[in-house]
Design a protein around this ligand. Structure first.
Ligand SMILES: Cc1cc2nc3c(=O)[nH]c(=O)nc-3n(C[C@H](O)[C@H](O)[C@H](O)COP(=O)(O)OP(=O)(O)OC[C@H]3O[C@@H](n4cnc5c(N)ncnc54)[C@H](O)[C@@H]3O)c2cc1C
Length: 564
């Protein structure tokens, strides 16, 4: 079937059609309603709030008009990169953001073939990485976006490094990635830090490394190029002209709106993890998570997605959408013995943080712990330094290339988590069982079996690699709680390498671009931890491309591509 024609039936119409068909075919037996059978079904036939037409805005409520070449909605990493890139091309640029200042968090950034990688002799098979990434998504992505990222991300990283250097920042490669055989991560992860700064990262917060230092540097550079930042100015409507092209945005407080007339509009409003209705629709499994974290708190409500859909744009075609869902704090994703609330082992602990976050939810009460003894943190160091383990929330978030795992820093982080109750500590297994509220006999038997596996150097129960089996025998004993935490939703608006928002029919809405987490088609099912920092990586690469496109220039001319 012609690709365009495939898109002519909307996802919603298709679902409604199949519901009608099902109802007609089944007339005798009492069938449970969809909501009874699948309480969180993504194909729930209810009408979602964003399907309702947008409420009209009266002209009298618009108090001011601003004309600009490019209007960017959102001052996160992707929006600021887009704004700066457009300004470098000579465009006048306005940014609106609903918060009081820019947004940043984390700090891992994927790029392929950057100058820093070349300088350090880090080589990757980029084609293989992209093939793995497509396999991770079971092929349900717009592949051209991935290959474009592969070709241009290195040059976009080099551009970022040069700007960051002007603002006193240095770049490093991350060495804590998983080097084991099963969830192999690639050495593609960059991060920025203040020269001589403290790289500790606790509960999602660092002060002198990561995007908390990079994003303000980029904002400052953008201001120096004439970009105007309008904070505390929420965008509420995307405007289109009579020909259907994007023509601006209405933003500000109700009754005191500003109309920004623009030749191009870039949606950079981030994801929708703080919008539970959207999560229920597009990724219902995420509602099982224990916690959610974002900075600025709860700003990621999917506003740009709603505005774009109201302007005729479509969401990506495949669900469930991927989620960045990590084990935050307490347990990290340490691969020690994992036990559930019954005191029983239930899995091979040598899997990535995404997998653990989801599978531990299947255990009774969704409760699980990682259990180790006095030597646990030293064993982490040995495993990491030997290249046996690692990965997101296992290795240190800002462990520099070749620096080795900082065991003292890890122990101080452990002490903090003991204080805040995320890690329990006890002098005996019985006491630890009591604190964990698990049956002591069962727990002791589980530990005895695990120690037996260690002695055998074999795990016939769950197939864990023998190098990762460690004994649990020397007090104090620790239990870190596995806390599955939603960071970011990774589904968004349908697009292609033009970076314009597409309609259900696959037609671009001219001059309406989408970047960062609001952009769809890049991930499906699960966030591919094979490239730690791919979320930020795409913010920079596609942010830069969209800024150039929105300014009327050609990214193929301005961004060098590598052959992959
Ligand atoms: C704790 C944590 C750590 C993370 N670490 C990493 C990491 O190391 N590597 C990685 O790749 N990813 C990481 N992520 C995910 C990553 O931060 C995001 O995917 C990415 O930064 C999104 O950038 P963005 O520019 O698309 O959106 P955001 O950074 O969310 O910026 C969107 C901006 O749009 C504004 N906005 C929203 N709605 C409106 C509106 N209506 N009007 C005006 N403005 C609006 C918001 O206020 C916000 O400033 C992490 C996430 C979390 C929560």
């Amino acid at each position: 079937m012609d690709e365009k024609k495939k898109g002519t039936i909307s996802r919603r119409d298709f679902l409604r059609g199949s519901m009608i068909g099902a109802a007609a075919a089944i007339s005798v037996a009492a069938v449970p309603s969809v909501s009874e059978a699948y309480p969180k079904a993504p194909h729930d036939p209810r009408k979602w709030s964003w399907e309702a037409p947008a409420k009209p805005i009266s002209k009298s409520d618009i108090k001011k008009t601003v004309n600009t070449d490019v209007l960017v909605i959102g001052a996160g990493l992707s929006g600021i990169v887009a704004a700066l890139s457009a300004a470098e091309c000579g465009a006048s640029v306005q940014v609106v953001d609903k918060n009081a200042t820019w947004a940043a968090r984390g700090g891992h950034i994927t790029a392929f073939g950057s100058k820093v990688q070349k300088k350090m002799g880090i080589e990757n098979d980029h084609r293989q990485i992209i093939r793995d990434w497509i396999a991770w998504a079971q092929g349900r992505v717009e592949e051209s976006l991935l290959w474009e990222f592969g070709r241009k991300s290195g040059a976009c990283m080099d551009w970022t490094v040069d700007i960051a250097a002007k603002h006193g920042l240095e770049v490093a490669m991350w060495d804590g990635y998983y080097k084991g055989p099963d969830y192999t991560e690639y050495p593609v992860t960059h991060f920025f830090y203040k020269k001589g700064g403290n790289a500790a990262y606790v509960n999602g917060v660092a002060t002198e490394a990561g995007n908390i230092v990079l994003v303000p540097a980029l904002e400052s550079e953008a201001k120096s190029k004439g970009v105007v930042f309008n904070y505390k100015t929420p965008a509420v409507r995307i405007l289109k002209d009579a020909s259907g092209k994007a023509s601006g945005v209405i933003a500000g407080r109700a009754g005191k709106y500003t109309q920004f007339n623009a030749k191009s509009v870039i949606i950079a409003t981030g994801d929708y993890a703080s919008n539970l209705e959207m999560r229920e629709c597009f990724a219902p499994f995420t509602l099982l998570a224990d916690a959610q974290i974002y900075f600025p708190n709860k700003c990621n409500t999917g506003d740009g997605l709603v505005m774009a859909m109201q302007a005729g744009g479509a969401m990506q075609r495949h669900d469930p959408h991927a989620a960045v869902i990590h084990l935050e704090a307490g347990a990290g994703s340490y691969g020690f013995l994992h036990v559930n609330a019954l005191g029983e082992r239930f899995k091979n602990e040598d899997v990535n943080t995404q997998s653990k976050s989801c599978t531990k939810e299947l255990e009774p009460g969704g409760i699980a712990w990682t259990v180790y003894d006095k030597y646990g943190i030293d064993q982490v160091k040995q495993q990491l330094d030997a290249g046996l383990a690692g990965g997101l929330f296992y290795g240190q978030t800002f462990q520099k290339w070749g620096s080795g795992f900082d065991v003292e820093m890890e122990k101080s982080i452990q002490q903090q988590h003991i204080k805040d109750g995320k890690i329990l500590v006890a002098d005996s297994i019985e006491e630890l069982a009591r604190k964990m509220n698990v049956p002591a006999d069962k727990f002791k038997a589980t530990i005895a079996r695990y120690n037996e596996l260690y002695k055998m150097q074999d795990d016939p129960d769950y197939g864990k690699r023998k190098e990762l089996l460690t004994p649990i025998g020397t007090p104090p004993f620790y239990a870190g709680k596995l806390i599955s935490t939603i960071l970011t939703m990774c589904g968004g608006l349908r697009t292609d390498t033009s970076l314009q928002v597409l309609t259900e029919q696959g037609e671009p809405i001219k001059n309406l671009y989408v970047v960062g987490s609001a952009q769809g088609e890049f991930f499906a099912n699960d966030y591919p931890t094979i490239c730690p920092g791919i979320g930020h990586g795409r913010c920079i690469t596609f942010g830069r491309m969209a800024g150039i496109l929105a300014a009327g220039e050609d990214p193929d001319v301005l961004i060098p591509s590598i052959k992959i």
